[in-house]
Design a protein around this ligand. Structure first.
Ligand SMILES: [Zn+2]
Length: 282
């Protein structure tokens, strides 16, 4: 084995990191306006997501939706689409690049190319106090994908049908009246609501630990465009032990939608799709 370690290895490692996407240049959401508008908003819909199942909901641009823990600690795998065009959907990778590994108040769920615009903005997070723990863990991650029956089959064998991927697939198929085969390709990498995750410092492996969420905790969003959402109550429950099985204790999640009144959002406009001209140099 040749020795590849250069003489200046330590020096090279010691170079200070540079933030890839400084957020100072990102369009800033007017959180004060959103929160003011939210005060006078009224609940117009709610859906309870049963354990190990998923449910869909819709919110119009300018409305709010809240995901709440009820009954017991539970994490949710969340997908979001443009309600009128499923090809515009939540882009977890770019959201991670822009906002970091975990989302909190002020962060936004960005959409896929060529749209790349905010689909929803987080206005409130009762777990904001958690911060980053001693293991490097935090909540509401955009680093995981979603538990799925393919990886489960690869690692453990067998057929398990209540992974978040399958739950989201069934829920979307039912919502749109399409087949499972038609629905499945629209399911995408999620925002892991309430899930506590990170990467181990020594081996860089994706880890999860018991979510700090308790009944009454919530994550609340402002819908920037008309959205269709699907939320799965993960079979991992609070994800303290395992997922992709019926072993963990699971609880429902609640989604509520709120509409503002009058001109509460005066001055706000739904964001346009991204301004790049798509000529790609030709
Ligand atoms: Zn899951």
């Amino acid at each position: 084995m040749p020795n590849y370690i250069p003489d200046d290895a330590d020096q090279r490692r010691a170079v200070a990191p540079v933030i890839c996407y400084p957020t100072e240049t990102l369009p800033t959401p007017d959180l004060a306006l959103y929160r003011r508008a939210r005060e006078g908003a009224e609940k117009i819909a709610e859906v309870v997501v049963p354990p190990r199942e998923a449910a869909t909901f819709r919110a119009r641009a300018g409305q709010f939706f809240r995901i709440s823990s009820i009954e017991g600690p539970q994490v949710g795998d969340f997908n979001l689409w443009n309600a009128h065009d499923l090809s515009e959907r939540f882009y977890s990778g770019k959201t991670r690049a822009l906002h970091g590994t975990h989302l909190g108040a002020g962060a936004r769920m960005w959409s896929s190319f060529p749209h790349l615009r905010p689909m929803a903005t987080i206005i409130d997070d009762t777990l904001g106090w958690y911060g980053i723990d001693e293991y490097g863990g935090s909540v509401h991650d955009v680093i995981g994908t979603r538990c799925d029956p393919y990886t489960n089959n690869l690692l453990s064998g067998g057929q398990y049908h209540h992974c978040c991927h399958s739950n989201l697939t069934r829920a979307l198929a039912d919502e749109l009246g399409i087949s499972l085969a038609e629905a499945e390709p629209h399911v995408h990498d999620v925002l892991n609501v309430f899930m506590c995750t990170g990467f181990t410092r020594d081996t860089g492996q994706y880890f999860m630990k018991a979510s700090p969420v308790r009944p009454g905790d919530y994550l609340e969003f402002f819908a920037e465009i008309d959205v269709l959402g699907a939320l799965s109550a993960c079979p991992g429950g609070d994800c303290s032990a395992e997922h992709s099985s019926d072993t963990a204790a699971c609880h429902p999640l609640l989604v509520e939608v709120f509409a503002t009144k009058g001109d509460a959002l005066k001055g706000w406009r739904s964001p346009e799709p991204n301004g790049y001209d798509r000529r790609h140099g030709r």
